[in-house]
Design a protein around this ligand. Structure first.
Ligand code: BEZ
Length: 407
């Protein structure tokens, strides 16, 4: 594997470097791998299975991930390692009980080379059962944050381009303590993502010196949007801060319901994902909400500016963090396939290329941790005039602890 980079920056010499929107030539040049094992079938398209939600509360997340990934690959010529691409879309329905069957359909039934998915943590955990029995098929997780995916359930063929649930929310605990909040309520969907994010908030708060035993944790079943009884409870508790995780359609409803029944000036609202990709629909109800996230629409770098403009043109929608994750997934596939000249049988080399990557995407440069999870900045943001405006870096180059991963 070549140690060359496209940046010329000595700091990046151990890694292939993807320079955002315009690096196709660089990607191809970054490899000295000579495909020897494949010739027959080299002209056949590479199969990319896309297992994402295209219905239900997370439907827009799945759409944005898909469109941005396809846009990235199209911008680079529409091929992976010189081969055409066959995209096979399957609606995961964000339904964990259907995940094993769905993943099996793609891996065994359609014999895909890559599986891109999912969004939902519970679906992701179930999918690992299939992926671990198919070590030559690479899974790229473009959203699902289940900590286990890059901890105890990690595997050489599982990569994540998004975040771990811990990573997004640990810095919020630190921030809540810094702001002097003492009586805190957390409220989220009662499944892996919500639980792990709420735990990470409590851990960050406690590590910063706060007493996390006083945090009151409230739950609602996924994907229920019956928030009113919980808002009534919050009004009775009178906390001095509320933190929530909701996303997609559920986040739109929650933010509107909160604004209708609680005065944000009295009980400020903090969150993870709750204002992501939903600001237009939430309108004035979202103003002032403070969140932590690994991207923001106001992030000032040239790759982000171009990406946001291109995504708007291509899809007619505003970009969000889910589109960013899809875009970076496209970058990772481009890099890996360029490194092996399109040889999908070269699994060890594909894995090595993905591990030794600095992705210069819309969120800024990030690289894979040893457990295959992005090491990335987490930003503190506040909704101002319909945009997630960056207040500062909540945690620089944050790496998930990766506890229990044995690759
Ligand atoms: C999850 O289930 O991991 C998840 C879903 C939507 C947004 C963020 C995380």
């Amino acid at each position: 594997m070549s140690k060359k980079t496209t940046s010329g920056n000595p700091a990046t010499t151990r890694r292939n470097f993807i320079a955002g929107a315009a690096a196709t030539g660089g990607l191809a040049a970054a490899s000295t791998f000579i495909p020897t094992r494949f010739a027959i079938g080299a002209q056949a398209p590479i199969k990319v299975g896309i297992m994402l939600p295209f219905s239900g509360t997370y439907a827009k997340l799945g759409e944005n991930i898909t469109d941005a990934m396809m846009m990235r690959i199209a911008q680079a010529g529409g091929m992976l390692g010189g081969r055409n691409v066959d995209y096979i879309k399957l609606d995961s329905e964000a339904a964990p009980p259907k995940a094993v069957d769905n993943a099996t359909k793609l891996v065994k039934g359609r014999k895909v080379d890559f599986v891109v998915g999912p969004v939902h943590s519970g679906v992701g955990m179930a999918m690992t059962k299939v992926m671990k029995k198919a070590p030559k098929t690479i899974m790229v997780v473009p959203n699902a944050g289940a900590n286990q995916l890059t901890r105890e359930a990690c595997a050489p063929n599982i990569f994540r381009t998004s975040f771990s649930n811990w990573q997004t929310s640990y810095p919020m605990g630190t921030e809540l303590h810094k702001r002097g909040h003492k009586k805190i309520v957390t409220l989220t969907w009662n499944y892996a993502a919500g639980k792990q994010m709420a735990d990470a908030v409590a851990q960050g708060y406690s590590d910063a010196g706060g007493d996390a035993s006083g945090i009151e944790k409230l739950w609602v079943d996924f994907p229920s949007v019956s928030f009113q009884p919980l808002l009534t409870k919050i009004a009775a508790i009178k906390p001095d801060a509320v933190w929530v995780f909701f996303s997609g359609g559920g986040a739109v409803k929650f933010v509107k319901d909160y604004a209708a029944s609680i005065d944000k000036a009295q009980i400020p609202l903090y969150g993870t994902f709750v204002t992501e990709g939903t600001l237009q629909a939430q309108g004035a109800a979202a103003e002032g909400i403070v969140t932590t996230m690994h991207w923001a629409d106001t992030l000032d770098n040239p790759v982000n500016h171009k990406f946001m403009a291109d995504f708007k043109t291509a899809s007619g929608r505003n970009a969000d963090v889910f589109a960013v994750q899809g875009y970076d997934t496209g970058s990772l596939l481009l890099l890996a396939m360029a490194a092996v000249g399109g040889d999908t049988t070269a699994t060890p080399e594909i894995i090595k290329a993905m591990e030794n990557t600095i992705v210069e995407g819309p969120r800024g440069p990030w690289r894979m941790s040893p457990t295959h999870n992005p090491i990335q900045n987490i930003y503190l943001r506040r909704v101002e005039n319909g945009r997630n405006v960056i207040l500062g870096v909540a945690h620089e180059a944050l790496e998930d602890p990766g506890t229990g991963c044995k690759l």
